[in-house]
Design a protein around this ligand. Sequence first.
Ligand code: ADP
Length: 468
Amino acid sequence: MKLSLYLKFIAGYLVFGVLGFIAVSTVSSTMMNRYMTRGRAEAMYDEANLIASAYSNIYQGERQSLDSVYEQLQAVAVFLRAEIWVVNRQGVIVVDSNASQRTGNTIEGFDPTVTGNKSYAVGDYFGQFSYDVVSVSAPIIGNYNTYGYVVVHMPLSQIRADSDQGLDVIYISAAVIFVLSLIILLVFTMTVYVPLKKITEGAKQYAAGNLEYQIDLDQNDEMGYLAATLNYMSTELDRMEEYQRTFIANVSHDFRSPLTSIKGYLEAIIDGTIPPEMYEKYLKRVISETERLTKLTQGLLTLNSLDGKACLNRSNFDINRVIKDTAASFEGTCLGRDINFDLTFADNIQMVYADMGRIQQVLYNLIDNAIKFSSDGSTIFIQAYHRNEKIFVSVKDTGIGIPKDSVKKIWERFYKTDQSRGRDKKGTGLGLSIVKEIIQDHGENIDVISTEGVGSEFIFSLPRAAVS
Ligand code: ADP
């Protein structure tokens, strides 16, 4: 059977109550009885001694002289709620405070040392009582003689009754503590049980896929912290799910448009809408669309490999050389559009410690964009310089620039500004996301300064190679 935490706690509480009651009724009652008996016996003993010393002078072992003390004895006996005897050395009860009932009786086997090393004895006192009594005795001494004894008895049942009254106080106190300890149950309910229920409900919702669910728990303790962490986790998961959804939607859209146009051209060729003399023109468009698809696939593959945090293959290399080589690879495109490069290097050789292949790709994407968005006949400025332990590379163009509200978005996958959509049909919107991921994988930064209609400058940093 599955027992909830709450039931376990209540069961524990009840067990605590029952055990507490047993402990009070056994241990406490025994201790209380012992304590009361000893207390009463001590009081009786003191009284017996007082009586013994007060009457030693007049007591001569003769009955007549004791008659006079009988009434006082009786008063003390009533006060103590006890029975007081005066017994002579032979064990004859000379005076009995209890209406002289036993006066004249001889106690068989009388032994004043019956209490042993205790100050009192419990029992029927040499068979004189049919019930248990607590008895104390004090010798009556005079002229270096022991004349007799003052013996005081108190029924044990009476002491028990008194101690029961004391026990009642303990029972009531224990009951009050038991009820007050309900506060612990209440605190547990408020601080542990209810929050735990809310958190469990949250976990259930997340498991069922409802990641928008928020655990409503405003507590400034471990439970509150746990709920806040779970809320954060679900929000992040939700965000990632949302990102995956838009990512797939973008990929599907970007694949579908070239495929639709390829299909359109090919169908038009087959059904004769496009005459054979126009084939070349349209087939070239088909090739251009397939190139776009290849580029898109390539970009996605690169991003995928970067996502998995592929290890960087770092080495020391001269960034100037890589810049020169990458710029040279655009010679063909630049010639056709009369675009020039202006390369400025702070030093002849500037060694960096990075993954050369990936940095080549960064430079390629940045220069490709700079050329794409510049007008014919313009110049692209590339600089490399060092500051402290970093080498900074800047790729600057005097092209169309990026609108202010798009500057932050250009790093997102598939993002293209409206102007570039019209101008650059082949662009995938993946180039700068790849650039950013590569630079971040190196633990470095990339930034852009751009003014619409004036131009853009992309600056990124790389670690300088350690001089050996
Ligand atoms: P694309 O493959 O479309 O160029 P990118 O991720 O490289 O994708 O760039 C995203 C968008 O950022 C581009 O479509 C363009 O709108 C803008 N952009 C990037 N570089 C430049 C630049 N040098 N000048 C103007 N706009 C740029």
